[in-house]
Ligand binder design. Structure first.
Ligand SMILES: Nc1ncnc2c1ncn2[C@@H]1O[C@H](COP(=O)(O)OP(=O)(O)OP(=O)(O)O)[C@@H](O)[C@H]1O
Length: 242
């Protein structure tokens, strides 16, 4: 594993609300995500997983603490520069696919580049379409695709700009087990074959076992950080720490 951190967070705190109603969603989280690693983030509902992802991806600001993505301190960026950084360096995959229904699979994949006014690297597009196994369905619209196929389009869309890091928030949450396995296999290959850095929130031990490393959050703090191991190892881990 390459040791260069693509994402570094130091003492992140995020408080929602004020006074007696205040919730500390993150309560002092520090971490480094090395390049070319697949990290799963687990933990009980309400432990701060989504809040952490949103802050690492520049979608939400911490109450205190710092985030550096690919050498850039997010707190130093104005809105325009932050939007640009998210566009250039970060890919997202959501539970609900978030594809545009009026666009074909291929048009959805290249949409981030079109929005940015950036040129489409045709060779890379072909590689991605091939890798995600959508060659025969590139002109289909999302309504003509299965959930698994839609999520594969979303994975290709997240990778099209060759981002420094891909954040996936429960990417298999809406999929059956076979489609889940396909999407997880795809994320795994993006790490192994393309050197992609991937961070994935999941509740599923089988999904987490595909990662290299597992972070477990509880009450806004990291309570475990270690190698992923097998699905049974992950289940044991969740029983003991969360
Ligand atoms: N916008 C908000 N306003 C107020 N409280 C919030 C907000 N977002 C999150 N919280 C609170 O912060 C805590 C952490 O929420 P978060 O969504 O990060 O947890 P999670 O681990 O992702 O949960 P889940 O697994 O259910 O998605 C929770 O107590 C939640 O109610």
């Amino acid at each position: 594993m390459n040791a260069i951190p693509i994402v570094t967070a130091v003492d992140l705190r995020r408080r929602f609300g004020e006074g007696e109603a205040a919730v500390d969603a993150l309560d002092g989280v520090s971490l480094e995500l090395p390049q070319g690693a697949f990290t799963a983030v687990m933990g009980p509902s309400g432990s701060g997983k989504s809040t952490l992802m949103h802050i690492l991806a520049g979608l939400d600001q911490p109450t205190s603490g710092s985030v550096v993505v690919d050498g850039v301190e997010l707190a130093n960026l104005d809105d325009k520069k932050l939007t640009q950084l998210r566009r250039d360096k970060i890919g997202f995959i959501f539970q609900s696919f978030n594809l545009l229904p009026v666009l074909t699979a291929e048009e959805n994949i290249v949409l981030p580049l079109r929005i940015a006014g950036a040129k489409v690297d045709r060779e890379w597009l072909e590689t991605l379409i091939e890798t995600v196994g959508l060659g025969a369905r590139r002109t289909h619209h999302p309504s003509e695709l299965s959930g698994g196929q839609q999520q594969r389009v979303a994975v290709a869309r997240a990778l099209i700009s060759k981002p420094a890091v891909v954040f996936a928030d429960e990417p298999t949450g809406n999929l059956d087990s076979q489609s889940s396995a396909e999407v997880l296999g795809l994320l795994r290959r993006s790490v192994d074959e393309l050197g992609q850095t991937v961070v994935m929130v999941t509740h599923d031990a089988h999904a987490a076992a595909v990662a290299d490393r597992i972070l477990v959050l509880a009450d806004g703090q990291i309570v475990h950080d270690g190698d992923a191991g097998s699905a049974d190892d992950v289940l044991d881990l969740m029983r003991t720490v969360a």
